[in-house]
Design a protein around this ligand. Structure first.
Ligand code: ADP
Length: 161
Protein backbone atom coordinates (compact mmCIF):
# COMPACT_ATOMS: atom_id res chain seq x y z
CA UNK A 1 0.00 0.00 0.00
CA UNK A 2 1.50 3.33 -1.09
CA UNK A 3 0.70 6.19 1.24
CA UNK A 4 1.72 9.65 0.06
CA UNK A 5 1.68 13.05 1.68
CA UNK A 6 1.03 16.33 -0.08
CA UNK A 7 2.48 18.91 2.30
CA UNK A 8 1.98 22.65 2.14
CA UNK A 9 0.63 25.78 3.74
CA UNK A 10 -2.64 25.88 1.76
CA UNK A 11 -3.32 29.43 2.97
CA UNK A 12 -5.78 29.25 1.30
CA UNK A 13 -6.42 26.16 -0.85
CA UNK A 14 -6.43 27.09 -4.56
CA UNK A 15 -7.62 25.39 -7.73
CA UNK A 16 -3.93 24.71 -8.46
CA UNK A 17 -3.73 22.69 -5.22
CA UNK A 18 -7.02 20.93 -6.05
CA UNK A 19 -5.63 19.92 -9.43
CA UNK A 20 -2.52 18.37 -7.81
CA UNK A 21 -4.69 16.64 -5.18
CA UNK A 22 -7.02 15.06 -7.75
CA UNK A 23 -4.22 13.95 -10.02
CA UNK A 24 -2.01 12.52 -7.29
CA UNK A 25 -4.91 10.77 -5.54
CA UNK A 26 -5.42 8.81 -8.73
CA UNK A 27 -1.84 7.47 -8.76
CA UNK A 28 -1.31 6.51 -5.09
CA UNK A 29 -3.35 4.29 -2.78
CA UNK A 30 -3.77 6.86 -0.02
CA UNK A 31 -3.12 10.57 -0.03
CA UNK A 32 -2.73 12.55 3.17
CA UNK A 33 -2.87 16.31 2.75
CA UNK A 34 -0.50 17.61 5.40
CA UNK A 35 -1.11 21.20 6.44
CA UNK A 36 2.07 22.61 7.91
CA UNK A 37 1.49 24.13 11.32
CA UNK A 38 4.24 26.71 11.24
CA UNK A 39 3.75 29.26 13.99
CA UNK A 40 6.54 31.43 12.54
CA UNK A 41 4.61 32.02 9.32
CA UNK A 42 1.99 34.74 9.34
CA UNK A 43 -1.07 33.05 7.97
CA UNK A 44 -4.44 34.40 6.90
CA UNK A 45 -6.37 31.30 7.99
CA UNK A 46 -5.82 29.37 11.20
CA UNK A 47 -4.65 25.81 10.95
CA UNK A 48 -8.14 24.56 11.92
CA UNK A 49 -9.77 26.70 9.24
CA UNK A 50 -7.37 25.43 6.58
CA UNK A 51 -7.83 21.78 7.55
CA UNK A 52 -11.60 22.11 7.55
CA UNK A 53 -11.72 23.90 4.18
CA UNK A 54 -9.58 21.19 2.57
CA UNK A 55 -11.70 18.45 4.18
CA UNK A 56 -14.82 20.04 2.78
CA UNK A 57 -13.34 20.34 -0.72
CA UNK A 58 -11.97 16.78 -0.83
CA UNK A 59 -14.86 14.97 0.85
CA UNK A 60 -15.77 13.33 -2.46
CA UNK A 61 -12.34 11.78 -3.01
CA UNK A 62 -12.37 8.49 -1.07
CA UNK A 63 -8.62 7.96 -0.62
CA UNK A 64 -7.82 11.47 0.64
CA UNK A 65 -7.48 12.48 4.29
CA UNK A 66 -6.42 15.80 5.78
CA UNK A 67 -4.25 16.44 8.83
CA UNK A 68 -1.96 19.09 10.24
CA UNK A 69 1.59 18.51 11.34
CA UNK A 70 4.43 20.33 13.05
CA UNK A 71 8.16 19.93 12.74
CA UNK A 72 10.06 17.91 10.18
CA UNK A 73 8.06 16.39 7.36
CA UNK A 74 10.11 13.18 7.32
CA UNK A 75 9.47 12.66 11.05
CA UNK A 76 5.74 13.04 10.52
CA UNK A 77 5.91 10.65 7.59
CA UNK A 78 7.43 7.97 9.80
CA UNK A 79 4.62 8.50 12.28
CA UNK A 80 1.92 7.95 9.66
CA UNK A 81 3.80 5.38 7.58
CA UNK A 82 4.02 7.44 4.40
CA UNK A 83 6.89 7.04 1.93
CA UNK A 84 6.01 9.40 -0.92
CA UNK A 85 6.02 13.19 -0.96
CA UNK A 86 3.91 14.92 -3.60
CA UNK A 87 4.86 18.44 -4.68
CA UNK A 88 3.65 20.61 -7.50
CA UNK A 89 6.04 22.37 -9.84
CA UNK A 90 4.93 25.58 -11.46
CA UNK A 91 7.88 27.39 -12.97
CA UNK A 92 11.65 27.16 -12.87
CA UNK A 93 11.52 29.42 -9.84
CA UNK A 94 10.05 26.50 -7.84
CA UNK A 95 12.66 24.10 -9.08
CA UNK A 96 15.87 24.93 -7.23
CA UNK A 97 14.24 25.09 -3.82
CA UNK A 98 12.20 21.95 -4.38
CA UNK A 99 15.25 20.02 -5.60
CA UNK A 100 17.20 20.97 -2.46
CA UNK A 101 14.39 19.90 -0.15
CA UNK A 102 13.77 16.65 -2.02
CA UNK A 103 17.45 15.74 -1.93
CA UNK A 104 17.76 16.59 1.75
CA UNK A 105 14.72 14.50 2.60
CA UNK A 106 16.07 11.60 0.57
CA UNK A 107 19.44 11.70 2.35
CA UNK A 108 17.71 11.92 5.72
CA UNK A 109 15.26 9.12 4.89
CA UNK A 110 16.41 6.98 1.94
CA UNK A 111 13.06 5.22 1.65
CA UNK A 112 11.29 8.53 1.02
CA UNK A 113 10.74 9.55 -2.61
CA UNK A 114 9.42 12.87 -3.87
CA UNK A 115 7.12 12.89 -6.86
CA UNK A 116 6.70 16.17 -8.71
CA UNK A 117 3.59 16.86 -10.71
CA UNK A 118 3.86 19.67 -13.19
CA UNK A 119 1.12 22.23 -12.87
CA UNK A 120 -1.73 22.23 -15.35
CA UNK A 121 -1.19 25.10 -17.76
CA UNK A 122 -4.16 27.14 -16.60
CA UNK A 123 -2.84 27.23 -13.01
CA UNK A 124 0.84 27.78 -13.71
CA UNK A 125 0.72 31.38 -12.47
CA UNK A 126 -1.47 30.64 -9.46
CA UNK A 127 -0.35 30.80 -5.83
CA UNK A 128 -2.01 31.37 -2.45
CA UNK A 129 -0.10 34.65 -2.27
CA UNK A 130 -1.64 35.88 -5.54
CA UNK A 131 -5.11 34.90 -4.30
CA UNK A 132 -4.62 36.90 -1.08
CA UNK A 133 -3.28 39.90 -2.96
CA UNK A 134 -6.24 39.88 -5.37
CA UNK A 135 -8.85 39.26 -2.68
CA UNK A 136 -7.50 42.02 -0.44
CA UNK A 137 -8.34 44.56 -3.16
CA UNK A 138 -11.72 43.02 -3.86
CA UNK A 139 -10.54 41.39 -7.10
CA UNK A 140 -12.41 38.49 -8.68
CA UNK A 141 -10.94 35.23 -7.37
CA UNK A 142 -13.54 32.92 -8.88
CA UNK A 143 -11.04 31.45 -11.33
CA UNK A 144 -8.47 30.83 -8.61
CA UNK A 145 -10.21 29.07 -5.70
CA UNK A 146 -13.13 26.68 -5.20
CA UNK A 147 -16.36 28.71 -5.30
CA UNK A 148 -17.39 27.49 -1.84
CA UNK A 149 -14.37 29.17 -0.28
CA UNK A 150 -14.68 32.59 -1.89
CA UNK A 151 -16.80 34.23 0.79
CA UNK A 152 -14.55 33.00 3.58
CA UNK A 153 -11.55 34.56 1.87
CA UNK A 154 -13.23 37.91 1.21
CA UNK A 155 -14.52 38.01 4.79
CA UNK A 156 -10.93 37.97 6.05
CA UNK A 157 -10.51 41.31 4.29
CA UNK A 158 -13.91 42.66 5.37
CA UNK A 159 -15.11 42.57 1.80
CA UNK A 160 -18.68 41.59 1.02
CA UNK A 161 -19.49 40.40 -2.48
P1 ADP B 1 4.43 25.83 0.58
O1 ADP B 1 4.42 26.84 1.69
O2 ADP B 1 4.94 24.48 0.96
O3 ADP B 1 4.99 26.31 -0.73
P2 ADP B 1 1.87 25.96 -0.74
O4 ADP B 1 0.55 25.78 -0.12
O5 ADP B 1 2.18 27.29 -1.34
O6 ADP B 1 2.88 25.55 0.37
O7 ADP B 1 2.11 24.86 -1.87
C1 ADP B 1 2.04 23.51 -1.60
C2 ADP B 1 2.46 22.72 -2.82
O8 ADP B 1 1.56 22.95 -3.88
C3 ADP B 1 3.84 23.07 -3.39
O9 ADP B 1 4.43 21.88 -3.88
C4 ADP B 1 3.53 23.99 -4.53
O10 ADP B 1 4.55 23.95 -5.53
C5 ADP B 1 2.25 23.36 -5.04
N1 ADP B 1 1.42 24.33 -5.76
C6 ADP B 1 0.96 25.52 -5.33
N2 ADP B 1 0.24 26.16 -6.28
C7 ADP B 1 0.26 25.34 -7.36
C8 ADP B 1 -0.28 25.42 -8.70
N3 ADP B 1 -0.95 26.50 -9.09
N4 ADP B 1 -0.06 24.39 -9.53
C9 ADP B 1 0.66 23.32 -9.12
N5 ADP B 1 1.20 23.19 -7.90
C10 ADP B 1 1.01 24.17 -7.03
Amino acid sequence: MKRAIYPGSFDPLTLGHMDIIERSASIVDELVIGVLNNSAKNSLFSIEERVSMIKEMTAQIPNVTVASFRGLLVDYMKEINATIIIRGLRAVTDFEYELQIAQTNHVESPNVETIFLTTSLQYSYLSSTIVKEFASYGGDISKFVPKQLMDRIYTKYNITK
